[in-house]
Design a protein around this ligand. Structure first.
Ligand SMILES: Cc1cc2nc3c(=O)[nH]c(=O)nc-3n(C[C@H](O)[C@H](O)[C@H](O)COP(=O)(O)O)c2cc1C
Length: 459
């Protein structure tokens, strides 16, 4: 859960108890460098173990005492030379996050890579693999090139996708000089777990991977439209109907023969009953989000979490879906909380901005001399900038800068920046503050958790 809701701390708490703890790959360059600038010396100690020294030195220059300590954290740019710095910083930040999640136990750790964040997808995967991540969970798009990416990284080859399928964004990363192939080959390749929301994409992805790469997904994660954050668009483009319900395509996906995990379809909110229900139908397990987001161990700002729980205690929490707000174009599910972007007045007062640049898309700008130039655009940009870069003003209607909003929700933005609490419908069932351990115990059972913890402990 991005950004930093599924923090390294939360993933560490759940993984050591036998769950697959997943860190969010969203915005890690800003999250981790901000933490370092706020005095997180433990993160720097981990960074020092990064296998390529120059990445560490680059990070150090943005840390307190470094030559660029006062400069803004770099953002992605189209120029491939200049893009090296933000890419390398994203990679080492992903490395730090995964290493922190892995500390002190032998449980399994995954990282979530949002495909729509194509500019950071490759560095995030690279950094996570160098940290020995066990699983790559890829949603918000169809990760067609994932096997190719893993294979090229393990072979130490430079990567370039123009564009990354389905994203409209070019993605590249130069790694051949890093000499990391041997290290990556000595490790097991990570599990590949695409997060999808219909049968057609599962079938197409399976067929493509078999034909092109002679491989298969380790498992499918099927996410229903009641899940928190981004949802796949409804088939009729307007509202969710029966054909969008996970129950209508679950059996067909199961028949493809790969293990299936279910997300966002939990009558009990994500408990052992939900797990038993889906296991009885043939699923391998469930992916629970909202209950963990509202636990005391997530990276969500405590005041926001408290407001959600208080509204639930009064039976008043509204969880809604907005079809326009996200620059990705995907429906976005969030809780209505006073003074956040769920309120129309707060939303309409938000300025157009693009200063973090994680959700940008590749475009082409026509210059006055008739030549063309590659640019990165986001419909949440200031209108002048967006249209100058070739964007259509009507694309901007109703958009918000999700990068700024989500960093605010995790407490990594200026206090004046409005937050947005993305949440699934199951979040309405959370009426008390629990620890992540309590949530895991509710799902796996106390006894099982105790056995897992003992088996996975390293000290
Ligand atoms: C606060 C929040 C943020 C989320 N962010 C992401 C994300 O960045 N990437 C993603 O693939 N899924 C994201 N999700 C979806 C979860 O990974 C998960 O599939 C979903 O929450 C499961 O359903 P539940 O919310 O009913 O437990 C998010 C969910 C929540 C509640």
């Amino acid at each position: 859960m991005g950004a930093n809701i599924s923090s390294a701390h939360l993933a560490n708490c759940t993984s050591r108890l036998g769950a697959l703890g997943v860190v969010s790959g969203v915005g890690l360059r800003h999250v981790v460098i901000t933490q370092i600038r706020q005095g997180d010396t433990a993160a720097l100690k981990i960074a020092e173990t990064f296998p390529v020294r120059s990445y560490y030195e680059e990070l150090l220059s943005y840390a307190p005492g470094g030559a660029k300590a006062d400069r803004a954290i770099p953002v992605d740019v189209p120029d491939s030379e200049k893009a090296r710095t933000p890419r390398r910083l994203s990679a080492i930040c992903a490395y730090i996050e995964v290493m922190r999640a892995r500390q002190g136990h032998n449980g399994v750790i995954g990282i979530n890579v949002m495909w729509k964040l194509a500019v950071t997808a490759l560095p995030t995967i690279y950094g996570a693999m160098l940290a020995g991540v066990d699983a790559l969970l890829c949603g918000a798009g169809v990760p067609m090139e994932l096997p190719d990416i893993i294979q090229k990284m393990r072979a130490g080859e430079d990567l370039e996708y123009v564009p990354l399928t389905g994203t409209g964004t070019n993605a590249a990363m130069q790694i051949s000089e890093d000499r990391t192939a041997e290290l990556l080959q000595a490790r097991q390749a990570p599990w590949m777990m695409p997060i999808l929301s219909n049968f057609a994409f599962c079938k197409r992805l399976l067929d493509t991977w078999k034909t092109k790469y002679d491989t298969e997904p380790t498992a499918f994660i099927l996410e229903n439209h009641a899940a928190g954050g981004h949802n796949a668009p409804p088939r009729n483009h307007h509202e969710f109907a029966e054909a969008d319900d996970l129950t209508s395509y679950f059996d067909k996906v199961l028949a493809l023969g790969r293990p299936v995990f279910v997300a966002g379809d939990f009558p009990e909110g994500g408990t052992s009953e939900d797990l038993a229900h889906w296991r009885a139908r043939g699923a391998q397990g469930i992916q629970v989000g909202s209950r963990f987001a509202l636990s005391g161990d997530s990276g969500m700002r405590a005041d926001l979490r408290e407001k959600v729980i208080a509204a639930n205690q009064q039976g008043e929490l509204v969880v809604g879906t907005d079809m326009r707000m996200s620059p990705t174009g995907y429906p976005l599910k969030f809780a209505s909380i006073p003074n956040t972007l769920s309120e129309p007045e707060v939303k309409s007062s938000q300025r157009h901005v693009c200063n973090l640049g994680y959700l940008v898309k590749s475009g082409t700008q026509k210059l006055p001399d008739g030549t063309e130039k590659e640019v990165l655009v986001c419909p949440a940009m200031p209108t002048d900038q967006y249209t100058k870069l070739g964007g259509e003003p009507e694309d901007q209607d109703g958009r918000i800068c999700l990068c700024n909003a989500l960093l605010a929700t995790a407490g990594y933005n200026a206090p004046s920046e409005p937050a947005l609490v993305t949440l699934g419908e199951s979040g309405r069932q959370v009426k008390e503050l629990l620890t992540a351990r309590q949530v895991v115990e509710d799902i796996l059972g106390k006894e099982q958790v105790a056995l897992n913890e003992a088996a996975l402990a390293t000290n």
